[in-house]
Design a protein around this ligand. Structure first.
Ligand SMILES: [Zn+2]
Length: 349
């Protein structure tokens, strides 16, 4: 669905305030990637976990990544401080506070249970802590929040199937499944059986594809896994037939500008292809991925992208926010209410 709303002309100098004020959905954010160094140290102290970094500053200095794997190594080390239900709750509440401040009205948070169950943390500890944070944030701050369980693709499909079974007693606490971690060498079709099972269960399906991996991975995410959204998907521009397919089927791409810059998917934000995706009629969205590690939450992603990538206008801003609300798995009535709020923000700008 596209919009019939005529976006007014808005001066470039007024765009940053508009980007910040517009209601938006975040569809690609790994909750473990919201752990700020300060919180890693606080939880390490609370739980008596020994870190291999001497200080917050030393840990932050290690955030100079060269590719996806160099990031994942630090990401898993950071997650090792999470042990109790309260830890998961505190992490998610801290992120949701940031999201509310950025006028995120809906967040669909990824979580990686295998990162925790492999360390001996129980599935229910993870899910209950995160779920309670979603419920409390919704009640106290009005943000709509939901969880998507991700399988780690560098592990086996059998491990993913076991993870799914362990999570099924909590089926009412997550809305879908995704696929993340090291992409290259771990194509979507490796997880065909577990995704087929999730489809039978009526779970929403998404997968990371085409971040560093080739367009073929996006094709198999669509045709083998039957995903409803593609996470990243920026490599799709290398395949015109794929671009047409994504546009025709209105498959949303959850693009993460600061992540792409930090992990060297694009040398600079100025080289990012999001305008190309939007202008080709694709349902592109902006998201923060792992905000504590990549230099910013939602509004920083929007404002830096619009400041640095050439040719982005108020029309693109509106489309990105509209797309995010439309591509969310929220109820239709909620989406329409948020889209009405979006129009008013632009009318008053
Ligand atoms: Zn991601």
């Amino acid at each position: 669905m596209t919009t019939t709303f005529q976006v007014p002309d808005i001066e470039a100098s007024r765009l940053p305030a508009l980007l910040e004020a517009m209601p938006k959905a975040e569809l690609h954010m790994h909750i473990e990637g919201s752990l700020e160094p300060e919180m890693i140290f606080r939880l390490a102290q609370r739980n008596g976990v020994k870190l291999s970094y001497a200080s917050v500053e030393e840990l932050r200095k290690a955030y100079a990544f060269t590719d996806l794997q160099s990031f994942l190594d630090i990401y898993y080390a950071g997650a090792s401080v999470l042990l109790t239900e309260q830890d998961f709750y505190d992490m998610a509440r801290a992120y949701l506070d940031r999201a509310v401040a950025d006028n995120v009205v809906r967040s669909e948070m990824f979580f990686d249970p295998q990162t925790h169950t492999e360390r001996g943390v129980a599935m229910e500890t993870v899910i209950n802590g995160l779920h309670r944070a979603c419920v409390d944030a919704e009640r106290e701050q009005g943000i709509s929040a939901a969880l998507i369980l991700c399988f780690l693709r560098h592990l086996s499909e059998d491990s993913a199937l076991q993870t799914l079974e362990a999570a099924l007693p909590f089926r009412d606490r997550f809305i879908g499944v995704g696929l993340d971690s090291s992409e290259v060498g771990n194509p979507p079709e490796k997880f065909a059986r577990v995704f087929a099972r999730c489809r039978e269960l009526g779970l929403h399906l998404v997968a990371h594809a085409g971040e560093e991996g080739p367009p073929e991975y996006v094709w198999s995410a669509l045709d083998v896994l039957h995903v409803e959204r593609v996470d990243h998907g920026v490599q799709s521009v290398r395949d015109p037939a794929l671009m047409q397919r994504l546009a025709k089927d209105r498959i949303a791409l959850t693009v993460c500008p600061l992540s792409n810059e930090k992990l060297c998917v694009f040398p600079r934000l100025a080289d990012h292809n999001i305008r190309q995706l939007l202008d080709a009629g694709l349902v592109a969205t902006v998201n923060s991925d792992d905000p504590a590690y990549f230099g910013g939450y939602m509004n920083t992603n929007f404002t830096r992208l619009f400041a640095e990538a050439p040719g982005l206008t108020a029309r693109h801003a509106y489309q990105l926010a509209f797309n995010s609300l439309e591509a969310s798995f929220a109820e239709r009535a909620d989406k329409e209410r948020w889209q009405q709020q979006l129009r008013s923000v632009f009318e008053k700008a």
